[in-house]
Design a protein around this ligand. Structure first.
Ligand SMILES: C[S@@+](CC[C@H](N)C(=O)[O-])C[C@H]1O[C@@H](n2cnc3c(N)ncnc32)[C@H](O)[C@@H]1O
Length: 218
């Protein structure tokens, strides 16, 4: 699952993960995770998620990071916003209405690329990465987030092998193993989400859960 895998998904418009509304887990849990809306929120592997606009609407400065320039352009165009494009570090930065999308590889992110972060939100990011990239992803988060920064992680859970990843299955043991070196973890909720995801039923899953984790940078 290299960059070309994702770039071709964007070129071909195969965006099965994209939700037409704000993610319900974000709506339910964000006030617990990040009550202070003056803090900047990092959204790794953000796609063109409507969650960016919801977070900005609560007052947060929002910093998404996304490989695909199509995603960055589409986000602003579909929201009816104009974006100014500049360059910072390893990224082209699309910016408008308090939202920046840093277009490039998340694994290159440095603290200077996104100053002032206080929170982060991961839906469709860690679960999109194969196991061998999880360590780099978490090291990158740890490099750019200050101690005390809080985040919401939405993890997908199903029997490994029942469908072709991504998303990859991340049960509680994997989440703890992957993140506990840098983060304190609390499981907020685990819900049966099969009925809400007919595309996974079609791909053969018999059971599918989503877990919401509150994480705090040590
Ligand atoms: C499963 S999608 C989820 C998108 C978004 N979080 C959402 O919920 O709609 C994963 C996204 O990560 C992007 N991506 C994959 N690897 C990346 C990387 N190394 N750096 C930045 N973006 C990446 C892909 O282009 C894709 O848009």
């Amino acid at each position: 699952m290299d960059a070309e895998f994702w770039l071709s998904r964007w070129r071909e418009g195969q965006l099965g993960w994209h939700l037409p509304a704000t993610n319900p887990h974000l709506l339910r849990h964000w006030a617990t995770v990040a009550p202070d809306s003056t803090r900047s929120v990092l959204v790794p592997l953000c796609g063109r998620s409507l969650d960016l606009a919801w977070l900005a609407g609560r007052g947060h400065p929002v910093r998404g990071v996304e490989l695909s320039p199509i995603a960055a352009r589409d986000f602003f165009a579909l929201a009816g916003l104009s974006a100014e494009v500049t360059h910072r570090g390893a990224y082209d930065v699309y910016a408008g209405q308090g939202i920046e999308i840093l277009q490039g590889d998340f694994m290159n992110l440095q603290a200077a690329d996104c100053p002032g972060l206080g929170a982060w939100y991961d839906r469709g990011a860690l679960v999109a990465l194969p196991p061998e990239l999880r360590g780099r992803y978490v090291d990158t988060l740890a490099r750019v987030l200050p101690a005390g920064a809080r985040g919401l992680l939405v993890a997908t859970e199903y029997q490994a092998g029942e469908m072709q990843a991504p998303p990859f299955p991340l049960d509680a043991a994997i989440v703890r193993d992957t993140l506990q070196g840098h983060f304190r973890l609390e499981l907020l909720e685990r819900v049966d989400a099969l009925a809400d995801n007919p595309r996974f039923l079609e791909r053969g899953l018999k059971a599918y859960h989503e877990s919401c984790w509150l994480l705090e940078r040590r």
